[in-house]
Design a protein. Structure first.
Lengths: 324, 178
């Protein structure tokens, strides 16, 4: 009886502590939709091993199109109004450019050595965020009447799941600048859009974060995900054992394994808890890397498998087995 | 003996009638309590129409309300406009998207707060402006049995209302999850 009371008290305390705990704040950025960039000629190409790839050129779009800048500013205003300031795309691009310039001229005073930077470091120096708000609009002119059809969608950058979307909004006026019509469209969608984003946060808080957990192996690793290991006295493939771990640690055991081979296990999405314990044993808000680290530790302790955790943001982490 | 039996029957009938009436009386009393309670508007059958996209965090509405006198009906319309934003949300129209309710799930703990909020001359007036001049007339003023039904154009300061409800702790702010 005493044991039951103590367990109940512990549960109540943990629940009350849990209720006070917060989760890590995602970064949100508004970007012009690819379709808008394409229709308005703001695309740039690069050679990807013989194949020409086209990607949106945000920098040129923001420098030469005042309408999209004003739409981004309007959305920034409403999110700030909801106590959620956004990461500004233009400022972020400027910061990256400045960082690039600084990195290229920073040298050691003694040896004149440049800063160490791996190809991965260079690749990661791009504008990153956790939630992307994609906007686009189409202008229609009937004589003096201007009309726009405005679209807005928020997407989780890791799981690619839709966070919030509103039906297309149409606004029109006689002899009005497009910026005014865009602002009116943003005003129209704002309450619905913000409520949907808030519902997403609530869902994440209660049911766990939608994350992508990707497991890979180094090519010289002594094991792969099809290697036989022993789990609770039974023979099983390493991949199966990892799924048992995921089932135990995801919220309500929810995960979706989209790809499973000897070299890869791709969990997308996995509902990971928003809180965990840090090295000091304190309960703290965690991201995907914080979720994966105990798995790395478990693999080392149970099977002697070394692994490397690669944090990719709030909702994505990679674990490469077979070494650091 | 017959006389005694009649008395017993009459007594039983009286007791039965009393037993039937008491819960009804209690129910009426309860209904009256609910009607004056703060969450009364959560169950109200609103006649609200969105008439345009408001600027700077406002909502432009047309609201229909009843009252014994025209000015009473107009006051009720103002209350209903604010209450619709709080409890029910605003319907979509050809001019604007639907707006979600700020507080769709009324909780008992805030019953007293909303009772004061919606009392005559209460704080709800800080969030609503009439946008039509004078008393409603023509098709917006219908004489009915025992009073009037009026349709008035109002502007609700939706964002200000949301922020104040967040500050009071009635609803959570977006930032509160982090």
């Amino acid at each position: 009886m005493k044991k039951h009371i103590l367990a109940l008290m512990a549960l109540l305390i943990s629940l009350s502590l849990g209720a006070q705990m917060k989760m890590k704040k995602p970064t949100i950025m508004v970007v012009p939709a690819d379709v808008w960039c394409n229709e308005n000629g703001y695309m740039t190409s690069y050679d990807d091993m013989g194949t020409t790839r086209w990607v949106p050129d945000y920098k040129v779009a923001l420098q030469s199109n005042s309408e999209i800048r004003s739409a981004i500013a309007s959305i920034g205003n409403i999110m700030a109004d909801y106590s959620f300031p956004l990461k500004n795309l233009e400022a972020e691009l400027r910061r990256l450019q400045k960082e690039e310039a600084e990195l290229s001229v920073t040298t050691s005073k003694d040896s004149f050595a440049m800063l160490a930077e791996s190809p991965v470091d260079r690749l990661r120096r791009t504008a990153q965020c956790d939630i992307l708000i994609d906007i686009s609009y189409r202008k229609i002119l009937y004589g003096p009447t201007s009309q726009i059809v405005f679209n807005i969608t928020a997407i989780d950058a890791y799981s690619s799941m839709e966070v919030a979307a509103c039906p297309p909004v149409q606004t029109e006026a006689v002899d009005a600048p497009i910026e005014i019509l865009l602002d009116r469209a943003v005003q129209d969608v704002k309450a619905t859009f913000a409520t949907k984003i808030e519902e997403y946060f609530k869902d994440t808080y209660n049911k766990g974060r939608n994350a992508r957990i990707l497991l890979k192996r180094w090519e010289d690793a002594f094991v792969d995900f099809e290697s036989e290991v022993t789990y609770s006295g039974k023979e099983a493939e390493l991949g199966e054992v990892i799924q048992v771990w995921m089932n135990d640690h995801c919220v309500d055991g929810q995960y979706n394994l989209v790809n499973a081979t000897g070299n890869t296990l791709d969990f997308n999405p996995a509902r990971i808890p928003v809180r965990g314990t840090n090295l000091a044993g304190k309960e703290v808000p965690i991201d995907a890397a914080g979720f994966v680290r105990p798995l790395a530790k478990w693999l080392k302790n149970e099977y002697g498998i070394e692994s490397k955790v690669l944090p990719k943001g709030l909702g994505e982490a990679w674990l490469v087995i077979g070494g650091k | 003996m017959n006389h005694f039996r009649r008395i017993v029957v009459l007594g039983l009938m009286a007791a039965t009638a009393l037993a039937l009436c008491l819960p009804a009386a209690a129910q009426n009393k309860k209904s009256r309590m609910e009607n004056v309670g703060g969450n009364f508007f959560a169950r109200y059958n609103y006649e609200v129409e969105t008439v345009g996209v408001g600027t700077e965090g406002t909502k432009s509405l047309k609201v229909w309300a009843y009252g014994k006198k025209v000015d009473e009906a107009v006051m009720m319309a103002k209350k209903l406009a604010v209450a619709a934003c709080i409890y029910r949300g605003l319907p979509a129209s050809t001019y604007a998207l639907a707006t979600p309710a700020l507080y769709p799930d009324p909780q008992e703990e805030w019953e007293d707060y909303f009772e004061d909020f919606f009392e005559d001359g209460g704080p709800y007036l800080n969030y609503v402006n009439l946008t039509s001049d004078g008393d409603p007339s023509g098709q917006d003023r219908l004489k009915m049995k025992g009073g009037y039904k009026v349709g008035v154009y109002v502007q609700v300061l939706y964002d200000r209302l949301r922020k104040d409800l967040e500050a009071k702790g009635v609803i959570k702010s977006m930032d509160s999850w982090f």
